[in-house]
Design a protein around this ligand. Structure first.
Ligand code: SF4
Ligand code: SF4
Length: 57
């Protein structure tokens, strides 16, 4: 169940989710979050997002 950006329209570019210890979080040219296949499903980024963008699926 990796992290998935389920509500990307709500991403406000705050980068609060940039807490990943596995370098799985990055930001696209549009400033929105991108989760890579390096995700190990720890959930840290999900809890750090104030906008409900990220979920473990
Ligand atoms: S769930 Fe954990 S490992 Fe996956 S992107 Fe978020 S912080 Fe990184
Ligand atoms: S914490 Fe949430 S709103 Fe902020 S950049 Fe990350 S996904 Fe977007």
């Amino acid at each position: 169940m990796p992290a998935v950006a389920t509500n990307l329209d709500n991403c406000c570019f705050c980068q609060s989710c940039n807490v990943c210890q596995y370098d799985a979080i990055s930001f696209g040219a549009d400033g929105k979050v991108v989760v890579s296949s390096s995700c190990v499903s720890c959930g840290a980024c999900v809890g750090s997002c104030p906008c409900g963008v990220l979920e473990l699926q």
